[in-house]
Ligand binder design. Structure first.
Ligand code: FAD
Length: 427
């Protein structure tokens, strides 16, 4: 392969974004991707007419990066029901955003897992997050999310039955040990805006971005073994030469290919079990949270086919059951345990659900106990840069921004001629 200006390792959101912005500036780029499709963690598989996202993802309308690259209309986004359906003991209660659903807010008011003071405080938190900017939130006093909620007077009952499963559904932190700044940022985004899904699965977002790249920019099934100052060595031994390299992988892979520990690799994990059923277990496309503490494993359940029927074949529904807590069960035991728990939610009919696939996502999001700095790019040396959500917070938005900012930095270096000059005339 002819040497290129930049090689990007990884065709997730950050890598695709970096490639897009570099090409916009007329810089030559190749993206090397180990998998057979783009999207990284946010991709989808097609199976017997079902669309299986690799873990339940949502597009947040409050974000701004994606619309700079693609026309959002192409995604045919539909909003989920705003809020959560919380299972607590033997009842379901809607915890809704008061801005959108005034009638259902009554259900929030009646929820028996919250005291009257909790409800007032919940509304206070909602109002505070809505009126405080993201920039201000990331500068507020730092503590664990648990400490923050306790200090703000929420009862243990509400923390355990609502905040734990809710934060676990957003950033996979059931123990509430992540940064309170970070949790406030997520809560603000969830409280103030709708979240949505594209008609053809979360993976269709990355596929739309790829359409904005020059043909054959992405080299699929091409895994990098090692990074050098002037290119990358693939696992098949081939060396691809470039002036700059951008590592746009998760932190664990970035450390492997640089043979270093330069990126903090603490992360959260999640498992998603997909089932097919003839009848949806609920009527609304709402995220259902498990408010029952103790030994239960199911954290949240969502039925994407209630939002977009295209997620399942005709007359079928797709159910995504998500597990965040640690356990040592094998796949069969895990499925049995989840189905048995879910009979308590939806009755014995769950025993007729058919298992489609189980995903265990080991690196789901970076885990940040303290959010002391939010950075979007890291320079390893003059020619090697890192981007991706591992540097900041786990989201498609931060990954896209990270790719953009890294592309900008490299473009400046290229213009200045700050890279190792290779004489290509004999090649
Ligand atoms: C279950 C789940 C739900 C989520 N929900 C949301 C949500 O609702 N909203 C939201 O905004 N974000 C969500 N996220 C987070 C979001 O998916 C990530 O923040 C984002 O996709 C990260 O993109 P990235 O480009 O930084 O990394 P990745 O997506 O991890 O991309 C890295 C790419 O590098 C490739 N790669 C790795 N090693 C090599 C190698 N040696 N050679 C070549 N290629 C390599 C990988 O195959 C991969 O394609 C969720 C994440 C998960 C797991």
């Amino acid at each position: 392969m002819k040497p290129t200006d930049v090689i990007v390792i990884g065709a997730g959101f950050s890598g695709l974004s970096a490639a897009y912005y570099l090409q916009q500036k007329g810089i030559s780029v190749k993206v090397v991707e180990a998998a057979s499709q783009v999207g990284g963690r946010a991709r989808s598989d097609k199976m017997n007419g079902f669309t299986l996202d690799r873990g339940v993802h949502f597009y947040h309308h409050s974000t701004t990066e994606l619309s700079k690259i693609i026309n959002l209309r192409n995604l045919e986004l539909k909003n989920t029901y705003p809020g959560y359906l919380l299972k607590y003991e033997d009842t379901f209660n809607l915890f809704t955003n008061p801005l959108y659903q005034t009638v259902d807010t009554i259900s929030t008011a009646l929820a028996k897992n919250a005291t009257f003071t909790d409800k007032i405080r919940l509304f206070g938190l909602y109002a505070k997050l809505k009126t405080t900017s993201y920039n201000k939130l990331v500068k507020e006093t730092e503590s664990s999310t648990f400490e923050y909620l306790s200090k703000n007077g929420f009862s243990k009952k509400l923390i355990d039955s609502f905040f734990r499963p809710m934060i676990a559904a957003s950033i996979f932190d059931y123990n509430l040990q992540s940064s309170s700044r970070l949790s406030k940022v997520y809560l603000k985004s969830l409280f103030q805006d709708h979240v949505a899904l594209p008609k053809n699965g979360i993976g269709s977002i990355a596929a739309e971005i790829e359409k904005k790249l020059k043909p054959n920019t992405v080299l699929y099934k091409t895994k990098v073994k090692r990074v050098e100052d002037d290119g990358v060595e693939l696992v098949n031994g081939e060396f691809l030469e470039s002036k700059f390299v951008i590592i746009a992988t998760n932190a664990i892979n970035a450390n492997e290919i640089t043979n270093s520990k330069s990126i903090d690799a603490e992360c959260s994990h999640v498992s998603t079990i997909y089932f097919s059923t003839d009848k949806a277990p609920v009527s609304k496309p709402v995220v259902m949270l498990n408010g029952d503490n103790g030994t239960t494993l199911v954290n949240h359940v969502f039925v994407p086919s209630l939002l977009h029927p295209e997620y399942a074949p005709e007359n079928k529904h797709l159910v995504a059951v998500n597990i965040v807590k640690e356990h040592d069960l094998d796949d069969d035991e895990l499925m049995e345990k989840c189905l048995s728990e879910l009979t308590g939610w939806f009755g014995l009919k769950v025993m007729d659900w058919q298992h489609l696939k189980t995903y265990h996502i080991k690196y789901a999001m970076p885990f940040k106990p303290i959010l002391d700095e939010v950075r979007f790019t890291k320079k390893i040396n003059d020619t090697i840069y890192v981007c991706g959500d591992s540097l900041s917070v786990g989201s498609m938005e931060s990954a896209l921004r990270s790719g953009r900012e890294t592309a900008d930095l490299i473009a400046v270096q290229l213009m200045k001629g700050n890279y190792k000059q290779t004489d290509y005339s004999f090649q």
